[in-house]
Design a binder for this molecule. Structure first.
Ligand code: SF4
Length: 466
């Protein structure tokens, strides 16, 4: 079977490999405003929890500590070997959760529960147990909730995995990136294949239902041959979901990336050939291409959601929408992001600022955003492109009371070139991404982003689409 990537030539790649948002939110974070502060967010939480709110809950807790910095990493992390820092942090995290929970309707079911980082397993077994029990004393997990954690195979012990399983975690996400030793050394993350294999076997023996792998292409010293081998090794380990991210080399945003030897980074064309071969191998092995950078086995919930049209996208990437409505996402911890029906909020990014807000009995909101009706319309259009790969104009017209073709005449005009290039089919009634177009879904979404033209400066705010 030919993968869509095999029909992409160099010309197409050069044309569409532009800087663009990943749209884990619309409007994107650079548009958010300082004027949306702790007080504004408290009001939003209280208002969206008045009366019966049919939206279920997603909870995210950010655990920022790591022992060492991996050079490719763009996450908000705190590098320290001082374990007592984690204990201090937990005290603040509990305070934040307790304060916010007091304003909420706590009978709302939690359908998605996630610990991310950083390295969540930086916490000891006792700390993990205490945090989980605290959270589940405040909120109620739905019986079919996805309870997920990101783990680093280099620091996670079998005892920690046993505790996680006993607590009720059912999905483990493993950072893998690349199995090639030279690549691993260049990114300061030495994690031999044996180590990951051992962890996978252990997770399976314990009965975790879902295993995710995170891979990255575009890293230093990667070649088509080397990454082919990595992907073959990944396929042999058979994770249920695979995220295949493009390495974003943005040293002006992440200064530690200056330690990455730029001349060892693959050229754009090589990088794309690496992506092509990975796509081909994964689809031949039976994985479904979910969108942008995600793959899943057809029987996995995400694969099922793609087939049923219930795919959603939020700050955690592609997710499964359970029930009729998307969930309200509450993010806790330093730099965490929340998204509650037309409102976004982000916590302070530095530990000192996060602590200071809570010391002053304020929730630690740094900035946020209230969506206008026009934002909500564009958000829906962008989500439909990224998750369903199509827009039926009549559905949008009925829901938002507009004439799609008139309202988005300029956006549709911008899509004429991608249509000629075979990325999207446009007709009187709908817009449908072709299989090749789904690989460039960000490019198809970008003409509907009202803020993008105002965000371009000297240094790109966003990474390239490939
Ligand atoms: S990749 Fe993971 S372990 Fe490495 S610095 Fe980033 S968050 Fe920490």
């Amino acid at each position: 079977m030919d993968s869509p990537a095999s029909s992409i030539n160099k010309e197409l790649l050069q044309k569409y490999n532009t800087a663009g948002p990943r749209y884990t939110s619309y409007p994107t974070a650079p548009v958010w405003q300082d004027s949306y502060d702790a007080q504004a967010h408290e009001l939003t939480i209280r208002q969206t929890n008045q009366g019966a709110n049919p939206h279920p809950l997603s909870l995210y807790a950010h655990l920022p500590f790591c022992e060492q910095r991996c050079l490719f990493c763009g996450c908000n992390v705190v590098i320290t070997k001082q374990r007592d820092q984690a204990e201090k942090y937990l005290g603040y995290l509990f305070k934040e959760m307790e304060t916010i929970a007091a304003w909420m309707d706590r009978s709302r079911p939690v359908v998605q529960f996630h610990w991310g980082g950083g390295t969540p397993t930086y916490l000891s077994e006792e700390q993990m147990e205490r945090l989980f029990k605290f959270q589940t004393s405040l909120f109620q997990l739905a019986p079919d909730a996805e309870v997920a954690i990101e783990v680093d195979p280099r620091v996670t012990t079998p005892e920690q995995l046993t505790v996680l399983k006993e607590l009720g975690f059912n999905r483990i996400s493993l950072g893998v990136q690349d199995f090639n030793p030279q690549v691993q050394e260049a990114i300061h993350r030495v994690q031999p294949l044996d180590m990951t294999t051992h962890m996978v076997k252990h997770c399976r023996a314990l009965g975790f239902e879902g295993l995710n792998f995170d891979l990255i292409y575009g890293l230093p010293f990667q070649t088509v041959e080397r990454f082919t081998q990595t992907v073959q090794e990944v396929i042999a380990l058979s994770p249920d979901r695979i995220a295949l991210y493009s390495y974003a080399h943005v040293p002006w945003l992440s200064p530690h990336q200056t330690q990455i030897p730029e001349d060892a980074l693959p050229e754009t064309e090589t990088k794309f050939r690496i992506l092509q071969i990975a796509l081909q191998l994964l689809t031949e092995a039976g994985y479904l291409y979910i969108g942008m950078d995600h793959f899943a086995k057809p029987q996995d919930e995400l694969g099922q959601a793609l087939q049923k049209g219930t795919l959603h996208r939020n700050f955690m990437g592609y997710t499964v929408q359970k029930g009729h409505l998307p969930s309200d996402l509450y993010g806790f911890g330093v730099s965490a992001i929340s998204g509650l029906q037309g409102h976004f909020a982000q916590n302070w990014r530095k530990l000192s600022q996060y602590y200071e807000a809570l010391d002053n009995d304020r929730i630690p909101v740094m900035r946020g955003y209230v969506l206008s009706d026009e934002d909500k319309l564009r958000q829906q259009v962008i989500l439909a492109i990224l998750c369903q790969g199509r827009i039926e104009y009549s559905e949008i017209n009925n829901r938002f009371g507009i004439d799609f073709k008139a309202h988005f005449a300029d956006s549709l005009h911008q899509l004429e070139a991608p249509a000629q290039d075979g990325l999207v089919e446009l007709n009187e009634h709908h817009l449908v991404l072709t299989p090749v177009g789904r690989m460039f879904s960000r490019n198809i979404a970008m003409p509907f982003d009202a803020y993008l033209p105002k965000l371009s400066g000297d240094k790109p705010t966003f990474s390239k689409t490939v």
